[in-house]
Design a protein around this ligand. Structure first.
Ligand code: ADP
Ligand code: MG
Length: 684
């Protein structure tokens, strides 16, 4: 008897070979298989008489094969099978390319259901490479709503669909009911078995929606329970003692006064550390809200108690920047500041590690390298991680485990709506910096289409003439993906700009470059050597180029609002009037509505709320910027109402059964455990 952890290769109808192909998709167990949800669906439930089909339409036709299918070889590597099919209304010419085997599967005089795209030429209709089933036998790939899955080599839709069908059949009654009965009833959610069946093979769109809602709810609920449990288990007592110090002494040395929000965040953190608790605090603030200063104040504060700090940045270049900023602020007090990055020579690294081990440094700034096995700390009191969304929950844990139980401050530049923050940062206390330093100029934002290209180039020319620099961002292009018409790839676009501005230095940075190469390009832009930087979203993380005054975002419709806001935050960091231009040829009303929000407000939190409202939580979870384990919701979508309900129910359950020990919560507990298990896998 199978259980959900059964290796897929032992499932009836799936052999060694198919199992290997499934493994490539991350499918190892029966559970993985049935939880491999479709990416989208094709509505093949509509039948039409041939004569009523229209050019370009994808439909099912039910037709009889009128002549013997003929195989012809056009040339090496190109075979055709051709025949005519008829129904009472008309006829259609059907052609298969390079599928010579269909000749033997299809018989003259028999009726089949064909699903494919119709082409009409005069009065002649044709269909190429349709999927087909014998009439009366349909209901797998035709005559219904058909799931479309993401594939790997060695699999096609039909094979994968069959495997999943087999998986569902082997599951029988095994699929656990993770949701407690009361939760299911209160929220009108269908049963697990029904949901899994219909997410793959929906009877109709209504059923699909019921299945989807249930599964999205379940996933968010389990996630919320998992993070809620971490929060519950967090040991708060026994924090490293920190003595009282007068913060004014630090504030006084600044060239400006801290904003009220900065003060508040620092005071909240100080109060917590002073209380004897272990601090685990997230500082959330919009781009440019001055989070670095909050960290600096706290580093100074623990230093007054003789404690050291470690500051972790997600990239080399950010580590460099923070090293400079923090050294400038803190060295005058006599703090010894060091850095540890991958770019340093082995000798330099050894020296820094030795200094750390001897307790000679009060602050060390670096990348992940800070927490590699051979780095030992003395007296570590505070760990700061910047741009936290790039680090995972488990990395957070690893880093805390490194040296006793230091206080932890994480800083996130991605404003997240409160509802989501509760789930994503469920294990942290949160301070919000909801105020920008005074005198910040609003970044003027415009949406334009391709017809503005010449004017846009003139604008680039004008700003660069005034000594400014320009960022241009293109959407990330996955490798091996053919570019749809009009979609700008960073490299192509950089070449184009270089042709338009032959006298300027146009640099380009994208995700496929090695970290060292990336850093070199960023450094060239930072130094002003390059005037235009074309980039994919790798620049999103907080690099500070005060001289950049124009941010151009190509194919803006491809980005989420919050992401656009993040990108826009790269400019307007200096004293210069700054602009953001969103280039998009998309004409859809929803796209226009989305982009216009950005033109109207500079408030990251408002934008995030709007984004969540318009796109649902799936995109937030799908972006993987939060470091949570991979979810399926990104594929399933899901709305805010479901999110709120799931969060509410999770809290309610954890209140009465924090460890999920009650027998009726056993399946839930198992799912929660699976989340931790999965995420520690992906971390290692
Ligand atoms: P972020 O929150 O995006 O990390 P930073 O910490 O990089 O923001 O700060 C952005 C800029 O604002 C820096 O140049 C910093 O010196 C400046 N800044 C920070 N706090 C204040 C303040 N209270 N008054 C004026 N300028 C400030
Ligand atoms: Mg920052």
């Amino acid at each position: 008897m199978a259980d959900l952890q059964t290796d897929v290769r032992y499932i009836k109808g799936i052999g060694e070979k198919k199992a290997q192909a499934l493994n490539k998709l991350g499918i190892y167990t029966l559970y993985d298989l049935v939880s491999y949800f479709p990416r989208r669906y094709e509505d093949r439930s509509q039948y039409k008489p041939i004569a009523l089909t229209q050019d370009g339409e994808s439909v099912c036709i039910c037709a009889l094969i009128a002549n013997t299918p003929q195989l012809s070889r056009v040339r090496r590597g190109l075979d055709l099978v051709r025949f005519k099919a008829v129904d009472e209304s008309g006829e259609v010419n059907i052609t298969f390319f390079n599928q010579s085997y269909v000749k033997d599967n299809l018989q003259k005089g028999e009726s089949y259901v064909f699903y494919g795209k119709i082409e009409v030429n005069g009065t002649r209709r044709s269909m190429t490479n349709p999927v087909y089933e014998r009439e009366g036998m349909e209901n797998r790939v035709t005559g219904r709503i058909v799931p479309i899955y993401r594939l790997s080599a060695g699999l096609n839709q039909r094979l994968l669909m069959q495997s999943i069908r087999q998986g569902l059949d082997s599951c029988g009654g095994l699929l656990p009911e993770v949701l407690p009965e009361t939760v299911r009833e209160r929220n009108q959610l269908v049963q697990a078995r029904y949901a899994y069946e219909n997410i793959h093979f929906p009877a109709d769109f209504g059923t699909l929606e019921l299945a989807r809602r249930r599964l999205v709810f379940e996933e968010l609920f389990v996630l919320a329970c998992a993070l809620g449990r971490i929060r519950g288990e967090r040991v708060r007592d026994g924090g490293i003692p920190v003595r009282d110090a007068d913060l004014e002494e630090f504030w006084m040395t600044l060239p400006f006064s801290p904003t009220g929000a900065q003060r508040r965040a620092v005071e909240q953190a100080v109060a917590e550390m002073r209380s004897g608790a272990v601090m685990n605090r997230l500082v959330q603030g919009d781009v440019g809200s001055g989070k670095t200063l909050v960290a600096a104040a706290l580093i100074w504060y623990v230093w007054k108690s003789g404690l050291g700090s470690a500051f972790m940045a997600p990239t080399e270049i950010l580590a460099e920047q923070h090293y400079e900023t923090l050294s400038r602020m803190l060295s005058p007090f006599g703090l010894h500041v060091g850095k540890l990055t991958g770019a340093m020579s082995a000798k330099e690294k050894r020296a820094v590690k030795a200094a750390l081990e001897q307790g000679e440094l009060d602050l060390i700034i670096g990348t992940h390298a800070l927490f590699s096995a051979d780095v030992a700390y003395q007296n570590l009191g505070l760990v700061v991680t910047d741009e936290q969304h790039r680090f995972g929950v488990e990395q957070r844990a690893a880093l805390i485990g490194k040296a006793g139980r230091p206080h932890v401050l994480v800083m996130s530049a991605t404003p997240i709506p409160r509802t989501l923050a509760l789930i994503i940062y469920g294990d942290l206390d949160v301070s919000v910096i909801d105020e920008l330093p005074p005198g910040r100029k609003k970044v003027d934002t415009f949406t334009v289409d391709e017809s503005y290209r010449a004017r846009l180039n003139a604008f680039i020319r004008k700003l660069i003439g005034e000594g400014r620099q320009v960022f241009v961002v293109c959407p990330m292009v996955e490798e091996n993906v053919e570019l749809p018409e009009n979609l700008k790839s960073a490299e192509e676009h950089a070449k184009e700009l270089q042709r338009s501005f032959p006298d300027l230095h146009v640099a380009c940075v994208h995700g496929r470059m090695k970290p060292k190469e990336k850093d070199a390009v960023m450094a060239a832009f930072l130094s002003g050597e390059a005037q235009i930087l074309v980039a994919t979203t790798v620049i999103e993380v907080g690099v500070d180029v005060p001289n950049a005054a124009l941010m151009i975002i190509e194919n803006a419709e491809r980005f989420g609002l919050s992401q656009l806001h993040q990108l826009r935050g790269r400019v307007g960091r200096g004293q210069h009037k700054s602009y953001c231009v969103l280039v998009s040829d998309a004409t859809g009303e929803d796209v226009k509505a989305r982009l216009s929000i950005l033109c109207k407000t500079n408030d990251g939190f408002r934008i995030a709320e709007e984004d969540l409202r318009l796109r649902g939580p799936g995109d937030f979870f799908g972006s993987r910027q939060h470091g949570l384990p991979a979810t399926h919701i990104a594929d399933l979508g899901g709305d805010v109402e479901v999110l709120q309900r799931a969060q509410g129910e999770a809290n309610r359950l954890l209140e009465s059964d924090p460890q999920m020990l009650a027998p009726e919560n056993a399946a839930l507990r198992e799912s929660v455990e699976r989340i931790f298990h999965q995420s520690s896998d992906s971390f290692n």
